[in-house]
Design a protein around this ligand. Structure first.
Ligand code: KE4
Length: 435
């Protein structure tokens, strides 16, 4: 007998069964399988503005936003028009096109640390290319990353903290050779002392420190005072490069990215999500001299059939044009703040302790009674409760990320109605899971 939830999503369940016959786990990316929250994944028919509509005709306020890209709302008329116009001129040329330069100019103008960039097709490609460039430019092999930060499925970065004090990495996925993992050092996010210790021992071998300036893959975890500044100082001291993975925070937390808020200049920046407005577009960039190491100018090879794709460029140009409208980010920040504070209020009324945070159009909350500073804290949150809350919200028409280890995203299309409805539904959902 289907549960109340499943009875609302019969066609999704049928489509999932069909998908499982021909696609791994029935999904194109693991988190979409809803394994962290239980139940069967919902199949989306269409999305518009702040809402997605599933194949059973159910409407949801969308707080996933395609994991960040949908910052101007789904199917924005200006973005759709730009993509349609580009499509009518051909889908892909495998050659240079003016739109690449136009989008690159907009991005370069937005980030003082970035003088030159290369487009790729995913955040994974951006971070993979950035660490290859860092290794090529420095002649060093080691990379230091942070436990709980996710940078895409790059072999060298699918690494968990090994046991023991010297946190050399161990593979976090089958198929990653021990030798790859051994070149990745790990430290707890927000723990500058641990970084200083690792750099004192390994600094001369460290090509780069790679960090999400605001961590969005262990819930919403902002940097503590002095953390990012300390990473910059450690890189300067040891001749390592500082890489900001702004695939999620870029043009999401502020115009350009979080580095325009914290005023720290990384040596390399990885971008994605928003710069493609929903199309597969990502990029990595830095100073002209550093990027001159990349082929065809330099010895670091990197290439891509669909990189700089005209449809992706058109979507990115149209999206960033809207993001440049006066007051865009202030309004986004207000919406995220209203949601974060609203969730806090109604959770407290239901007697459920949560922690919340927000920055620009990115926010999050965790079921725990103390601030989340790192992955250990994130793991200590009540993820079973999150799963129940997720289902309660979904049943009531609000779509949260199907994992407690994710951040949430609001768009310029989330108006007062959508935001208030979300908070009302959250109030009811907190009461239902608290009882
Ligand atoms: P993609 O390869 O998925 O385009 O980007 C990888 C990536 C890199 N860096 C950061 C900071 C990221 O958050 C991501 C990908 N984000 C996840 C959501 N947290 C994508 C969702 C998914 O894996 O399906």
């Amino acid at each position: 007998m289907p549960t109340k939830t499943e009875s609302k999503r019969v066609r999704s369940a049928e489509m999932f069964q069909r998908a499982c016959a021909v696609m791994v786990g029935g999904v194109s990316s693991p988190v979409r399988a809803f394994r962290a929250v239980g139940g069967k994944p919902v199949f989306v028919d269409r999305a518009e503005g702040a809402y997605v509509y599933d194949v059973d005709g159910n409407q949801y306020v969308d707080l996933v936003g395609s994991w960040g890209p949908a910052i101007v709302g789904h199917a924005h008329p200006e973005v759709v028009r730009a993509v349609n116009e580009a499509a009518a001129k051909g889908l892909s040329f495998g050659a240079c096109c003016p739109a690449e330069t136009q989008l690159a100019e907009t991005i370069v103008e937005s980030l003082p640390s970035l003088e030159c960039l290369r487009f790729v097709n995913s955040g994974t490609e951006a971070t993979m290319s950035a660490i290859r460039l860092a290794r090529g430019a420095t002649g060093r092999s080691k990379i230091l990353k942070f436990v709980g930060c996710y940078h895409g499925h790059v072999d060298a970065l699918l690494v968990a903290a090994g046991s023991g004090a010297a946190t050399f990495g161990i593979p976090d996925s089958a198929g990653v050779p021990e030798d790859f993992a051994r070149l990745t050092l790990l430290a707890p996010f927000n723990d500058l002392g641990a970084v200083e210790k690792l750099m004192a021992e390994h600094g001369p071998d460290v090509a780069a420190i790679l960090v999400e300036p605001v961590a969005g893959n262990m819930g919403f975890v902002p940097p503590v005072e002095g953390f990012l500044e300390g990473l910059r100082a450690q890189c300067d001291q040891h001749g390592s490069l500082l890489i900001f993975d702004e695939v999620m925070t870029g043009f999401r937390t502020a115009w350009g990215g979080y580095q325009n808020i914290c005023k720290i200049r990384p040596d390399l920046t990885c971008l994605g999500k928003v710069i493609g407005g929903g199309m597969p577009v990502a990029a990595y960039g830095g100073s002209k001299s550093l990027m001159a190491q990349v082929s065809p100018l330099g010895p670091v090879y990197q290439a891509g059939t669909l990189s700089g794709n005209p449809l992706g460029m058109a979507a990115g140009i149209a999206t960033l044009e809207i993001c440049q409208e006066k007051g865009f980010y202030e309004a986004l920040d207000r919406s995220a703040k209203t949601l974060a504070h609203g969730f806090c209020e109604v959770a407290s009324e239901a007697g459920v302790p949560i922690q919340t945070g927000f920055c620009g159009g990115m926010f999050g909350f965790s079921f725990i009674d103390r601030p989340v500073r790192n992955f250990d804290d994130a793991q200590a949150c009540d993820h079973a409760l999150y799963a129940r809350f997720f289902t309660a919200m979904l049943d009531r028409g609000v779509w949260l990320p199907p994992s407690g280890y994710e951040a949430m995203f609001v768009s310029s299309a989330h108006d007062e109605t959508a935001i208030q409805r979300t908070i009302e539904v959250a109030a009811d959902s907190f009461r239902s899971v608290a009882s």
